[in-house]
Design a protein around this ligand. Structure first.
Ligand code: FAD
Length: 596
């Protein structure tokens, strides 16, 4: 489609959808401006932005530039980069250092370290007026590099991290009868901030993400999942209201009554796409009495025994675990190993042990497996995200942010530390439809899983497919922009691999390109083997391939057309453009040049 036709189509869509004064029909220049090029703001312009944001404008540079030639300083910095809180506190860094042949973590030219809504409005207006590439960073966990772009202006609301628990929240425009318990969360908050306020302090539950340092608006807009999503649905399914600044600089409330189209779009339509979210209000839920987990590994002594083990596990999962109680993962690993890392809610330890007994009895009775008795534990749910509780009862499960002055509740699961700063070699995912668990289909599924695992590790994230959830969680998840296949899937399969951190300029960081390519090929082959049983299934936008084919269909299925219409209504000039985000087909991969 030619440029003129795109404008006509955008304008038509915006008018059809009610059009936004000041946005519809605005002319977009063909390319964003880079430093040094004509049109780049003059020093006086930047000064004006600095004043408009109360001095919160910062010029950014790689932290490694500061330690060049000083081996000790660089060693200290490298040590800090093992701490995701330290990484998140630096606007020049992201939690992933790059992806082979895809992107490298690069600081923006400038960042507005926003403390209030007006700072963000000023940044959005400045970027639009000067035709700059604009990016938004929350927790910085985007695998696909959605929160960084060299030569850009960054909106960084890290300090807007207040969390307020509300007994009876009435969305704007709703009747008082719609009041529900809720929590209002600032754009800079991480899930640990929300869990601490809602669960540890108030004894309620909010559906967020599994990793404690992930940002709240980033996860919700991606339609993300937490360990207990099989009970409560996706995080987006609990969204009640958001404040969002759209491309025209307007501060809008989005909920089921006010700007309902925008509200639906940010429930799974992808981050960095529809505007800058300044805060979100999420429904809270009754807290179950216990949360717990089952951890262990079972190693088969032959290929045939491994296949029998996978077959037995899938049948057992279908019979005993395919319900609202069970989430998280098993993985099929090298050396014919089935690794168990599952969590449960709403059961006590004895009930969890009873659930696993038939499977573990079968493993014990067979002579074909080496395993230690798995650990089955349960804790009062209120203590689940309480780092002080873990340091007394099971040191090592959570690691605190030990930097001086760090909030005492800031901690990370040990299991998530391996990914801090990693450099991705390959990453693919697919939802696995629950129909594959039916008796007549299980053998095909097992064959595909075993074939895939001969190429690379296969992880099954049961909490990232919502089939098996209670009707209210299914209905709330259906009412989001996420691919509808999520409610028919029993799990998200993830096949991924990467290496040590390799930020550009980091002393000693040299990605092994040949190894990265070999791994990417193995990962692709593994996913091809698995997709044989789920050829048309979608995937989770925030945990998927940078090079995903047919990404619009894969991430959003039949919802894409409506999402694109909403995008063109609120952001016809693509001020907010991220890799494989809604509307990004009109832009080059780096988001600088309009291609359609
Ligand atoms: C170690 C790790 C663990 C993870 N664990 C889980 C998990 O348990 N469950 C799960 O579902 N996913 C998980 N993810 C994926 C993660 O949820 C997504 O990558 C999510 O989008 C990250 O949000 P963020 O704010 O931390 O990242 P960012 O990179 O800052 O943001 C992600 C995207 O959202 C946009 N964005 C962020 N804040 C705003 C805002 N205020 N307004 C508008 N746009 C915004 C950014 O521009 C970017 O495009 C994990 C990722 C990593 C790296």
């Amino acid at each position: 489609m030619k440029r003129r036709e795109v404008l006509k189509a955008s304008l038509g869509a915006a008018l059809l959808a009610g059009g936004l004064p000041g946005l519809a029909g605005a002319k977009a220049p063909p390319a964003r401006v880079r430093p040094g090029a004509a049109g780049w703001p003059a020093a006086a312009d930047w000064d004006r932005l600095a004043r408009a944001t109360g001095g919160r404008l910062r010029k950014l540079a790689s932290p490694f530039a500061g330690c060049a030639g000083d081996a000790a300083a660089c060693a200290t910095l490298r040590e800090q980069l093992k701490n995701p809180y330290a990484v998140g506190d630096d606007p020049a860094l992201t939690q992933t250092s790059g992806w082979q042949d895809a992107w490298l973590s690069q600081p923006s030219a400038y960042a507005v370290a926003a403390r209030e809504t007006a700072d963000i409005t000023a940044a959005v207006d400045f970027a639009r007026t000067h035709n700059l590439r604009l990016v938004v960073k929350g927790g910085g966990h985007s695998y696909k590099g959605g929160s960084n772009a060299p030569d850009s202006l960054l909106v960084w609301p890290r300090a807007m991290n207040e969390v307020t628990v509300i007994d009876a929240f009435v969305p704007q425009g709703a009747s008082a009868l719609e009041a529900v318990p809720a929590v209002r969360i600032g754009a800079g908050a991480m899930w640990i901030d929300a869990y601490t306020a809602v669960t540890t302090r108030a004894g309620r539950y909010v559906q967020g993400g599994g990793c404690t340092t992930v940002g709240v608006p980033g996860l919700v807009q991606g339609g993300g999942f937490g360990s207990f999503s099989k009970r409560f649905g996706t995080a987006a399914a609990s969204l009640l209201e958001a404040e969002i600044i759209t491309a025209d600089g307007q501060v809008r409330i989005a909920n089921a009554h006010t700007n309902p189209d925008l509200f639906w779009a940010i429930k799974g339509g992808g981050g960095g796409t529809f505007g800058v979210v300044t805060r979100m209000t999420l429904r809270t839920h009754e807290l179950p009495e216990y949360f717990g987990g089952v951890f262990g590994e079972i190693t088969a002594t032959s290929d045939a025994a491994f296949k029998a083990l996978v077959a037995r596990f899938i049948a057992f999962y279908r019979e005993r675990l395919f319900n609202a109680h069970w989430g998280e993962q098993v993985s099929l690993r090298d050396g014919r190993q089935l690794h168990l890392s599952m969590v449960f809610q709403g059961l006590d330890r004895a009930q969890a042990q009873a659930a696993w007994k038939p499977f573990l009895d079968w493993v014990r009775a067979s002579g074909d497996y080496n395993f230690k008795e798995p650990t089955i534990m349960a804790v009062p749910a209120r203590r689940f995200w309480d780092a002080d509780f873990w340091s007394k009862t099971a040191p090592g499960i959570m690691a605190k942010d030990e930097r001086e002055g760090a909030p005492s509740h800031h901690a990370v699961w040990q299991g998530d530390r391996g990914q801090v700063g990693w450099y991705i070699h390959g990453y693919e995912s697919t939802w696995l439809p629950a129909a594959l668990l039916e008796e007549g289909s299980q053998a095909r599924l097992v064959d595909a899983l075993c074939a895939a695992s001969q190429q690379w590790w296969v992880e099954l994230h049961f909490n990232k497919g919502i089939a098996g959830a209670p009707p209210e969680a299914l209905a709330a998840t259906r009412d989001t922009a996420t691919h509808p296949g999520v409610v028919d899937a029993f799990a998200l399969a993830i096949i991924a691999g990467g290496g040590d951190p390799a930020y550009p300029g980091m002393p000693g960081a040299r990605p092994d390109e040949a190894a990265a390519h070999r791994r990417a090929t193995a990962i692709r082959k593994a996913m091809t083997a698995l997709r044989a049983v789920a050829p048309d299934a979608g995937a989770y936008v925030s945990e998927s391939d940078f090079f995903q084919q047919r990404w619009q269909e894969t991430y959003w299925g039949p919802n894409y057309a409506k999402l694109l219409q909403i995008k063109r209504r609120y952001d016809p000039d693509g001020l907010f453009t991220v890799r494989h985000g809604v509307g990004s087909e009109d832009w080059s991969a780096d988001g600088f040049t309009r291609t359609a």
